[in-house]
Design a protein around this ligand. Structure first.
Ligand SMILES: Nc1ncnc2c1ncn2[C@@H]1O[C@H](COP(=O)(O)OP(=O)(O)OP(=O)(O)O)[C@@H](O)[C@H]1O
Length: 295
């Protein structure tokens, strides 16, 4: 069985007028790529800030490598947290960021960082404050990848990055992860783009967990079932229906089964068509409904 590297129990963060994170519990296992997904304001960044000891929880527990992360250098050194809009000192150049990162992360690979700087075409001597928005995001991505931190977290790392640079990021992430397995948590709204990378997803909605599942298992459990309205309506009775769409007399229902293949097999036996559901569609439907269920 895989080792747990992060354990969160009943984690809650309350602000004066809002509960940003509401009794959330989950485990993150070693050497897997996770997606932490959800709509704006769902609570993703707040959770990541508590995991990385940048924010105190109101209640509940966080353990990283079995220990409290707060003021725990041994634990903090093992985590690289890349977030949108990272601030750097005014006079820092790209090179200064790389030199600083090398001194912070014990597994830093300077050669790899150099190669990535060429891939992303970053000018080493330019002041960070003179970089374009996309270039600034590339700096974070390079630090995240070259840190080789046992837990690497990317929170919406691509503000301003063009499609080519995002593809480069995904390709390098998967290639380097294969050669140097570690735990990666990606938080993003570009779900279709990263869906091939994610092994496990945790979906947050209004501070609560909506879904915590292996991606392949989810794909196996969830299908669009398509057919004549009356046939689909009778098929979905008593089933977990996430979304319905009708076109004339045809009805398409997005259905989540309890076990893999259950929905697909039953639908086919009933003479109905099935089609796969993209991860993005699924998450949009789930979070639009805001339906918290024991999935
Ligand atoms: N310092 C704060 N004071 C009050 N409310 C806050 C504070 N920080 C965050 N919140 C609120 O907590 C909720 C969760 O915010 P959070 O930034 O964690 O969401 P998110 O899922 O990361 O969103 P996004 O995808 O837009 O980045 C939001 O309602 C936000 O307004």
């Amino acid at each position: 069985m895989s080792q747990t590297v992060i354990e969160v129990r009943n984690l809650t963060k309350e602000y004066k007028d809002t509960t940003a994170v509401d009794h959330v519990s989950f485990r993150i296992e070693e050497n897997k790529i996770y997606g932490l997904l959800g709509r704006n304001g769902a609570g993703k960044t707040t959770i990541m800030q508590m995991i990385t000891a940048q924010l105190f929880s109101t209640s509940g527990e966080v353990r990283v490598f079995g220990e409290h992360p707060y003021e725990n250098k041994k634990v903090i050194q093992q985590i690289c947290f890349i977030k949108e809009g990272q601030k750097y000192p005014d006079l820092f150049t790209v090179k200064d960021v790389m030199v600083t990162a090398a001194s912070v992360y014990p597994n830093w690979d300077a050669e790899y960082a150099k190669a990535l700087i060429e891939v992303f075409r970053l000018p080493m001597k330019r002041l960070i404050k003179r970089l374009s928005r996309g270039m600034l995001s590339s700096v974070g991505i390079i630090v995240g990848l070259a840190s080789r931190a046992p837990i690497t977290i990317f929170d919406e790392p691509y503000l301003g990055l063009d499609a080519v640079a995002r593809e480069l990021f995904y390709d390098h992430l998967i290639e380097d992860y294969t050669e140097n397995p570690r735990t990666i948590i990606l938080s993003t709204h570009l779900i279709d783009e990263v869906s091939r990378l994610l092994e496990h997803i945790i979906v947050i909605d209004s501070g609560k967990i909506l879904l915590d599942t292996d991606t392949d298992e989810l794909r196996g459990r969830t299908h669009n079932v398509i057919g004549h309205q009356s046939a689909v309506e009778s098929f979905i009775k008593g089933r977990d229906v996430i979304h319905l769409e009708s076109l004339g007399s045809t009805l398409s229902a997005t259905v989540m089964g309890r076990t893999e293949t259950e929905v697909k097999q039953a639908a086919e036996q009933a003479g109905l068509e099935t089609a796969p559901v993209s991860l993005q569609q699924l998450i949009v439907h789930l979070t639009k409904n805001g339906k918290v269920a024991s999935r």
